[in-house]
Write a protein that binds this ligand. Structure first.
Ligand SMILES: Cc1cc2nc3c(=O)[nH]c(=O)nc-3n(C[C@H](O)[C@H](O)[C@H](O)COP(=O)(O)OP(=O)(O)OC[C@H]3O[C@@H](n4cnc5c(N)ncnc54)[C@H](O)[C@@H]3O)c2cc1C
Length: 249
């Protein structure tokens, strides 16, 4: 059984992000890229499923430029068996990413597909659900607990103030949330083994964007802080400013 895991290559949230000279993209210079953190839960769950069955093949897939191979390689070091890079250097909206993934998943006939719940770069939280719809697969999103017994898939989803328990069957797309598992670190042995694993490269399916990025801008700069005093004599002025200037009390 082939198990697909879709992974995005995202800027590390600790990186300083600047808008590119076109005003529409992120300037990649000086930015460290990582495996999307939610996708690590997806990789871990796929590996756990394979290990529990003692069979299967975990294939990690990414849509994007050559740089995404770095993220695929990290997933291989965690234990995935092989990778597929669906190459495209150009902007793709979420639907166009989903279409490329759906073509690949159909071709490899993976009936269990994992996604992160959200890509921490563009935050649309939609690629998994779109892919499921395009494939005609069942879909359970934001999963924090998963049990697969035979054809029965039972998942717990995080909802406002609690959890919802749901059941479905194969073929299925699962989108993973923090708390589902504790993603493993790549061991030195895993990192060495990953160098020999295959990453197949092929052009991503046709790119037809329905959404266009017209502008990207940074949030307005924060006002500089103000030191009113360093002892209790500053309290009356602090209270006045909180009331009259900040208007928070
Ligand atoms: C080369 C390239 C350049 C881009 N440039 C821009 C840009 O400048 N501005 C802009 O707004 N958008 C850009 N995008 C689009 C943006 O990167 C995608 O929408 C992004 O891949 C997913 O973000 P999302 O918020 O739609 O994902 P979400 O729906 O939040 O992601 C959910 C899950 O889907 C999976 N997933 C998401 N993306 C991918 C992927 N690429 N490959 C495999 N699995 C994936 C992951 O499992 C992820 O956890 C670009 C895309 C590409 C391929």
């Amino acid at each position: 059984m082939k198990i697909a895991v879709c992974v995005s290559h995202v800027p590390d949230t600790a990186s300083k992000i600047s808008v590119g000279s076109d005003g529409k993209t992120i300037d990649p210079n000086g930015v460290t890229f990582i495996v999307n953190p939610y996708d690590e839960f997806a990789i871990e769950e796929a590996l756990k499923f394979k290990e529990s069955k003692g069979e299967g093949e975990v294939v990690v897939i990414s849509v994007g430029p050559d740089a995404n191979k770095e993220t695929l390689r990290k997933a291989l070091a965690m234990g995935a068996d092989s990778g597929v890079l669906l190459k495209d250097d150009n902007y793709r909206d979420s639907m166009s990413v989903a279409k490329a993934l759906a073509v690949q998943i159909k071709e490899m006939d993976a009936r269990l597909v994992f996604f992160g719940k959200q890509s921490v770069d563009y935050d649309n939280s939609i690629v998994g659900q779109l892919t499921a719809e395009l494939l005609g697969y069942n879909c359970i999103s934001v999963v924090v607990d998963l049990k697969i017994e035979g054809d029965k898939i039972t998942a717990e989803r995080e909802i406002e103030g609690g959890r919802e328990v749901v059941e479905t069957s194969f073929p299925v797309v699962i989108t993973t949330q923090k708390g589902l598992n504790e993603p493993r670190y790549a061991s030195l042995k895993g990192i060495m083994a990953a160098k020999k694993k295959t990453i197949e490269e092929k052009p991503a399916a046709e790119n037809i964007n329905l959404i266009e990025v017209v502008q990207m801008k940074k949030p307005a700069a924060k006002q500089p802080g103000k030191i009113i005093g360093t002892d209790s004599s500053a309290v009356p002025e602090l209270v006045r400013l909180l009331k009259e200037e900040a208007k928070v009390i």
